[in-house]
Ligand binder design. Structure first.
Ligand SMILES: [Cu+2]
Length: 130
């Protein structure tokens, strides 16, 4: 997923209906070992495309109540904070891909929050080793 903010925003949280504990994660290499950790927020500088993907920053969907199926469209709500401290929310749709790692053109959406979202599959099950 590529997020491009028109004004400086901070992604603080997100929500999805079927997810128990949605988390923002980042992955870093620690020597030869890929590590994943939760982060409290992610800066989205104005005009800069921030890529969310496996291996980097991603939205982690944990404690899914049912498995994701290819072709379904997830409805996520992003909680963002503006530079002057206001909270804005943005609904985005993310199509589920078979392998969850394939890039996707996807639909793009722009809302009054000044946020353009280009969804690509980025969510993964919490079964991965980390
Ligand atoms: Cu993760």
């Amino acid at each position: 997923m590529v997020l491009t903010a028109r004004q400086p925003l901070t992604l603080e949280a997100f929500a999805m209906a079927r997810t128990g504990v949605p988390e923002l994660h980042e992955m870093t290499m620690d020597g030869q070992v890929m590590r994943m950790r939760a982060i409290s927020n992610l800066a989205l500088p104005a005009g800069q495309a921030v890529v969310l993907r496996p291996g980097g920053h991603h939205l982690m969907l944990t404690q899914l109540q049912e498995p994701l199926t290819e072709g379904e469209v997830l409805q996520l709500t992003l909680k963002l904070r503006t530079a002057d401290g206001k909270v804005v929310t943005q609904a985005i749709s993310v199509p589920v891909k078979a392998h969850m790692m394939m890039p996707s053109g996807g639909a793009s959406a722009t809302t009054p929050s000044g946020m353009a979202a280009q969804p690509a599959a980025h969510q993964h099950h919490h079964g991965m080793a980390h």
